[in-house]
Ligand binder design. Structure first.
Ligand code: MOS
Length: 734
């Protein structure tokens, strides 16, 4: 019955190839980089939420020991406007004028010989402000409101008519607090000029974007900017925009003519690299009495910075989730005097899933129907948007296998019906549909005369395993042992790669490596095309395979020769080929699709104390082929923990009046610790995806999605209370 488990999809769970350099401290993170003559910079930040700087006095800071310069809006040269990127509007340069748009905006950068001197001097910068009222509330009618801000709203059928005539209808609102990404690695920039070339070591998920934006702002050709990030201490979306301290570090390095390092403090991480915006969502459903959805209307509102804005498409996957004839989705963005939000793991999708999958659970109770049965009743067998068959979809298997492993059949659907002593027990579940994303990507592979291979692309590894899976995939494509393959990333001088983001890197890079391996095979066949001594002469790519260090005939594997023999006979040190993949398929006959999952959660609640424990989480995931079972499982485990944080603990608290973040430390901002994390069970189901040439779908974000709805649904089952606001805290349960 569980025959689908792992069949043909689970890649070797090899250890991370970069593990040894990481655990021995040899891996250079951006904040570790140093140069002879390197100096340090520290930031001073605004202490009002909105207004202007009327006077800024840097005399004391400038005269402090070791200080080389103090940059403010009064003395920096004008820079060109940054261009928008594919992931959002251009960042606002904070020193472009004297305006303050949020509490914690950078107002000065102090450069000194040591980090301690810079930090001490930054405290001496005196600023007088003319303060105006800061707009801070998502429902403030004075705040600018963008409708359909990303052009992603959708409509099919006639939702108004279907809602009006539905046998059963539902209309509720969900809210989620702002949260802040907290990668353990403090974000840092080291900037160094070599004449008119700029080298930047940057905590980023996207070296090519950093290169493009810095080149534009400083008026340089892109090839004059080099961005290096071989390691980063976590990302989760915070590294998808160019942070302002990177621009300031580059300016400072040019001013003092020495390499400059800026490392954010933990409180500065809360104001300087984005956060998940607060959201309000309204979900309306219409259904027949026997559980057929006839209408879905999903409206999401999120917050954005007053002059920048952010992409937080809470309703993005809603139109794809269920086979419902009438669906509208709309997003809105409210602009406030807050630090500009940014991507934080599964931006939009994770919030949208909380609302829709909680609503489905409520509908199941209205209809006296099992929540899984309701989802199966409305299963989207083909894409409800395009009508095309999915490139792969094993969501049904996710439900079945997840339910089986969890023991869903033991659930008594009555609320408050399951108990263990003082603990009320609740079982909840949620389904997950994640979107497909592939971006243009290039990769290059060389095979050398000693039989080793070297592959590279300007990608990043957030700690998720890019080094490892790219090495594994290259070894497999070339038919080489893992130990004979090296893969490099994290350098904008390498063939261009997209961001580690949107769960699209492995898919994009995998396809680029696949293309490069094919081109490399062609290059080898070209070399031996007229070689009388080669058993491969005159052969085409379709007649051969790359296996065990050699190229051999498909029909007769005994006929072939090694890379080493070919390169040696032709006196070549190596052969190199590039491969590239384009983003979106035109005229495909399948709908390329992202991951699916089903979540099952058991909560235990002590009613008298309001104490909630997540006791178990079972996650069944369809991510297509899994390149490495160990790194993939880690992705899902880590994201599930993050989902528990979102559900129960995480909330960025903005002070009324100023928007100062009141809990901007890891002591005050709560994240799950080991004691909050229960037994987590992860199982991979499905098949190799038909669209991807290497059979994979993205896994980076799906792991956080669905946790909150499953927990909230379990809380309802345990207590009878429907909680539509995250995080769920003890006050909600008393
Ligand atoms: Mo992810 S939030 O696209 O890094």
């Amino acid at each position: 019955m569980t025959a689908v488990l792992g069949r043909d999809i689970l890649g070797e769970p090899v250890d991370r190839v970069d593990g040894p350099v990481k655990v021995t401290g040899a891996a250079p993170y951006p904040s570790d980089v140093t140069y002879p003559g390197l100096v340090h910079a520290a930031l001073a930040q605004s202490t009002i939420g909105a207004g202007t700087i009327s006077r800024i006095d840097t005399a004391a800071a400038g005269a402090a020991p070791g200080v080389l310069t103090v940059l403010t809006h009064e003395n920096v040269p004008a820079l060109a406007e940054a261009p928008p990127t594919s992931l959002g509007p251009p960042p606002r340069f904070p020193f472009k004028d004297n305006r303050i748009v949020h509490y914690g905006q950078h107002v000065a950068l102090v450069v000194a010989e040591t980090a301690e001197q810079a930090v001490a001097a930054a405290r001496l910068v005196r600023v007088d402000y003319a303060t105006t009222e800061a707009l801070l509330e998502i429902d403030d009618p004075r705040a600018p409101l963008d409708r359909n801000p990303w052009g992603m709203d959708t409509n099919r059928g006639d939702v108004a008519a279907a809602l009006a005539s539905a046998e059963v209808s539902y209309d509720e609102t969900f809210t989620i607090s702002a949260e802040t990404n907290n990668p353990i690695g403090l974000f840092a920039t080291v900037a160094r000029w070599e004449g008119d070339r700029l080298v930047v070591h940057e905590s980023t998920q996207w070296p090519m974007m950093v290169r493009q934006v810095l080149a534009a702002m400083f008026g340089l050709p892109e090839e004059n900017v080099r961005v290096l990030v071989p390691f980063i201490g976590g990302g989760f979306g915070a590294g998808l925009r160019l942070p302002q301290h990177a621009v300031l570090a580059a300016l400072a390095a040019r001013t003092v003519q020495r390499p400059v390092k800026v490392v954010l403090t933990r409180p500065q991480m809360f104001t300087s690299i984005g956060h998940r915006p607060e959201t309000v969502q309204r979900v309306r459903l219409g259904a027949t009495r026997d559980g057929q959805l006839v209408a879905i209307d999903h409206e999401g509102t999120s917050t954005g910075g007053i002059e920048e804005g952010n992409i937080e498409p809470t309703t993005m996957v809603t139109s794809e989730m269920y086979a419902c004839p009438n669906v509208t989705t709309h997003d809105r963005q409210v602009r406030l005097n807050i630090p500009n939000p940014g991507a934080m793991r599964a931006p939009g999708t994770v919030e949208g899933n909380f609302a829709v999958e909680s609503a489905l659970d409520e509908l199941a109770y209205l209809l006296h129907c099992d929540p899984i049965q309701l989802r199966l009743r409305n299963y989207a067998e083909v894409s409800p948007v395009s009508g095309l068959p999915w490139s792969s979809k094993a969501l049904r298997e996710c439900y079945r296998v997840g339910a089986e492993r969890f023991g869903w059949q033991r659930r008594n659907p009555e609320v408050r019906s399951m108990r263990d002593g003082d603990w009320l027990i609740g079982y909840g579940m949620a389904g997950v549909t994640f979107h497909w994303y592939q971006a243009p990507c290039h990769a290059r592979i060389s095979i050398r005369r000693d039989g080793t291979a070297y592959a590279r692309s300007a990608a990043t590894d957030l700690g998720t395993g890019t080094y490892t899976v790219a090495t594994q995939l290259t070894a497999e494509l070339l038919g080489l042992d893992l130990g004979r393959v090296r893969f490099d990333l994290g350098d904008s001088d390498l063939p261009p790669a997209p961001q580690s983001g949107g769960s699209g890197l492995a898919m994009s890079l995998g396809a680029a490596l696949h293309a490069a391996a094919g081109n490399l095979l062609r290059a080898f066949l070209g070399v031996v095309a007229t070689d009388e001594r080669s058993p491969l002469r005159g052969r085409g790519v379709d007649e051969v395979t790359m296996s065990t260090g050699r190229i051999q005939l498909v029909d007769d594997p005994s006929v072939g020769e090694t890379y080493t023999d070919i390169l040696g006979r032709h006196d070549l040190a190596e052969l190199t080929a590039d491969g590239a993949v384009d983003p979106t398929p035109e005229g495909a006959d399948v709908e390329p699709v992202g991951a699916f999952a089903a979540r099952f959660v058991e909560v235990r609640i002590d009613e008298e104390l309001g104490r909630l424990r997540v006791a178990r989480v079972v996650t069944a995931v369809d991510g297509g082929r899994i390149l490495n079972e160990k790194t993939a499982r880690s992705q899902i485990l880590g994201a599930t923990v993050m989902g528990i944080g979102m559900s129960l603990l995480e909330r960025t608290e903005f002070d009324p009046g100023t928007g100062r973040i009141a809990n901007a430390t890891l002591g005050d901002y709560l994240v799950p610790v080991s004691a909050d994390v229960p037994d987590l069970d992860v199982v991979f189901v499905g098949e190799r995806d038909r669209f991807s040439p290497v059979g994979i779908k993205g896994l980076g974000e799906v792991g956080i999605v669905g946790v909150s709805a499953a927990i909230a649904n379990a809380v309802h089952h345990a207590t009878g209370r429907r909680i539509r606001s995250l995080p769920i805290t003890v006050e909600d349960l008393l």
